[in-house]
Design a protein. Structure first.
Length: 277
């Protein structure tokens, strides 16, 4: 099962990257949403590949433990930050707020996205180095002590390592989805008089974006809870395998949702499947 969802994730994220490259070659131009999705697909593909390397080549990974540790923290944090950029983009482009800040953001968000992605990469790199420095100081001491106090300290440390970096992206994500949901309710209320709100295209755009963001929120929370619990449960315990499965499902299954919720990707995939069958 674990191998299956990793394979699905690799296929769908590769599909996102391949189609983005093809569209760029054809038109010499990429839409902002395609840039975000391709960046997200690249980092999630990197996450899945590192999981495969860890599982298949574990003895060799242990020889380069520091490099591998920094890599997995970096690509994971990048994935979370890029996902947050996607949610912020949806919120700004779709929400119907009329205040000056939102109007300014609507006009500038497409130009800001490359800088937001670059900032996410820099933030993720700095965070991964910080995590590695902290881990080098804490883990050896706990391994030597082997006491209950050391175990508790290790648990607290794992919480800091896995939650500190993504706190800001997660906060921005929650703000974005809250604003988008509020915008939807305000739009529905303004159209409630004629009873035709359910057929309004703008409402459907709101709903589709919220579905994508809510699914992201669910996978987001499951991933971090599982990643944290993996470091608490003993390796031999059956829950270890369950948490690894849940953590690995995030970069795989959410990419499937992103493809199926994007009209252009969905139509291309269906045409490809129809030709293959």
């Amino acid at each position: 099962m674990k191998t299956l969802h990793i394979l699905i994730g690799i296929l769908f994220n590769t599909f996102i990257l391949a189609m983005t490259v093809i569209w760029w070659i054809q038109s010499k131009h990429l839409e902002t949403i395609d840039i975000i999705l391709s960046s997200l697909g690249l980092t999630r593909l990197a996450v899945l590949i590192t999981l495969v390397i860890r599982n298949v080549y574990l003895p060799n990974v242990l020889k380069h433990e520091e490099t591998f540790f920094i890599s997995i923290v970096f690509v994971t944090c990048c994935s979370q930050c890029f996902g947050t950029v996607l949610c912020v983009f949806y919120c700004v482009k779709i929400s119907n707020y009329s205040n000056s800040f939102f109007m300014y953001m609507k006009s500038k968000i497409s130009k800001m996205v490359p800088w937001l992605l670059l900032g996410s990469v820099i933030f993720s790199f700095m965070f991964s180095l910080m995590v590695n420095c902290i881990a080098e100081k804490v883990i050896p001491n706990n391994s030597i002590n082997g006491t209950e106090d050391g175990s508790i300290e290790m648990t607290i440390q794992n919480f800091i390592l896995y939650m500190a970096g993504p706190c800001l992206p997660f906060f921005l994500f929650c703000v974005s989805i809250s604003l988008l949901i509020r915008s939807l309710f305000l739009h529905i209320r303004s159209m409630a008089g004629d009873g035709s709100w359910f057929a309004n295209p703008q409402i459907q755009v709101h709903i589709n974006a919220i579905k994508t963001m809510v699914s992201f929120l669910i996978f987001y929370m499951v991933f971090f809870a599982s990643s944290f619990l993996i470091n608490i449960v003993f390796q031999e315990h059956i829950l270890q395998a369950v948490f690894q499965l849940l953590a690995g499902s995030y970069p795989s299954l959410h990419s499937v949702i992103l493809v199926m919720s994007n009209r252009r990707f969905k139509e291309t995939l269906l045409r490809f499947l129809s030709c293959a069958i």
